[in-house]
Ligand binder design. Structure first.
Ligand code: UDP
Length: 182
């Protein structure tokens, strides 16, 4: 699992096992794609609104010559079975599941045994950023652990979801106090 949020980084410090920093899913994803390009691995994108994954694939194949994105599917489907068949029939090595949290984690958990792939990873709204329809937070926000704040300003409907962050930190503090951080 990636520490893709400042909350996890703060939590690790409170528990006395500090992580060296946040690893943004989108950066990890992009590094992985450049490795896939150089090592000849096949990639499949699942998620986002119709047309977005195609555009993301188009942009990334220009950016990383040799990158082999063998298929895409939007994230607004009812039946997973045909999508799983498609992923398997295209000999996919790496599957990006971009359905938002926690839907993507639940989808992977439910379907991992049916997928004949090497790696699946959940990367939220990354395809929107790769496609160029959503902009990532400016560097200042990213470097100061304030990406969540930028997203809150841009997408105020996230407020309810973000209330989970203080709830998470309270649980971490309680764990530290009563279980010594284990
Ligand atoms: N999405 C999807 N299917 C759904 C709901 C959402 O494919 O049923 C996509 C949505 O279009 C967007 C991504 O999931 O591209 C969620 O992005 P968000 O930035 O909210 O991800 P998170 O913050 O959960 O990582």
């Amino acid at each position: 699992m990636l520490p893709d949020g400042i909350g996890v980084v703060i939590g690790s410090k409170i528990l006395g096992r500090p992580l060296s920093g946040k690893v943004a899913g989108i950066e990890y994803g992009e590094t992985l794609l450049s490795r896939c390009a150089s090592e000849g691995r096949t990639v499949f994108f699942l998620g986002a609104k119709p047309g977005i994954a195609e555009k993301a694939a188009e942009n990334l194949m220009v950016k990383y010559p040799g990158l082999n994105i063998v298929g895409v599917n939007d994230g607004y489907f009812k039946d997973s079975a045909p999508i799983i068949d498609k992923i398997n029939s295209l000999s996919t090595d790496v599957l990006f599941v971009c359905l938002g949290a926690p839907a993507q984690e639940l989808w992977m958990w439910e379907n991992v045994k049916k997928l004949n792939i090497r790696l699946a990873l959940g990367l939220g709204g990354s395809l929107d950023v790769f496609a160029g329809t959503v902009r990532r937070a400016p560097e200042f926000f990213v470097n100061h652990g304030l990406e969540w704040f930028y997203r809150l300003i841009k997408e105020p409907w996230r407020a309810k979801r973000m209330l989970k962050l203080p709830e998470f930190l309270i649980l971490v503090v309680l764990r530290r106090l009563f279980c010594g951080g284990r």
